[in-house]
Unconditional design. Structure first.
Length: 203
């Protein structure tokens, strides 16, 4: 993680924004059930903004747009080709998690779309499941705007906060120690978010 942070921080602003946008978009749009580090990249992009490598407004705009557009493409994929693609998921563990996501969608409807955005793996399949289930698009869009919007802003600002702490640690520990500290902060935020939302969804 520290190597990833250091590598990202060395890139010009347009590369940071492009990577963030493509990964966040691709997590829900490219392949049904494809797991990509969307949350990690969003957090790292926020940290890059805090360190002056790009602007916070640009990161927020790119991550927010990529999350919403990616989810909507995922919904369209699910509506028109989802069942065929889901049959290709053969890994038993992923099949079980996919079945769990389907059950949540049947039980909670739009709320499952909102909560799914905050849950790893479920985030990558929930839009297509909503399309497969023929959830009305207006309903999906309303819940997705809430979920993707809060997720994008929350992830980027978590990284931004970690980046601000990074600047202080540089003075105490030097650059190498600060990179390591930033990695631990980011991992801690990600683990806390995952455990909290998993317990809510599983309740």
């Amino acid at each position: 993680m520290s190597d990833l942070l250091a590598t990202l921080l060395d890139q010009p602003p347009w590369i940071i924004l492009t990577i963030a946008g493509l990964v966040v978009f691709g997590e829900c749009a490219l392949l049904v059930g494809m797991v990509m580090p969307g949350e990690t990249v969003a957090v790292l992009a926020g940290a890059a903004a805090a360190l002056g490598r790009t602007s916070l407004a640009s990161v927020l705009l790119v991550v927010l747009a990529a999350a919403i557009v990616g989810d909507n493409v995922g919904y369209a994929v699910g509506r028109f080709a989802g069942p065929r693609l889901h049959r290709r998921v053969t890994n038993p563990a992923r099949r079980q998690r996919l079945a769990g996501a389907e059950a949540r969608l049947r039980l909670r409807g739009g709320l499952a779309v909102f909560l799914g955005r905050w849950t790893p793996f479920v985030r990558s399949v929930m839009p297509s499941l909503a399309g497969i289930s023929r959830m009305p698009y207006a309903k999906f869009l309303a819940w997705d705007l809430l979920g993707a919007g809060s997720w994008a802003v929350g992830s980027v600002l978590a990284g931004y906060a970690a980046g601000k702490s990074y600047e202080q640690v540089v003075e105490w520990l030097g650059t190498a120690g600060a990179v390591l500290f930033g990695a631990f902060v980011i991992i801690g935020v990600a683990v806390w978010s995952w455990r909290r939302t998993s317990s809510v969804v599983g309740s």
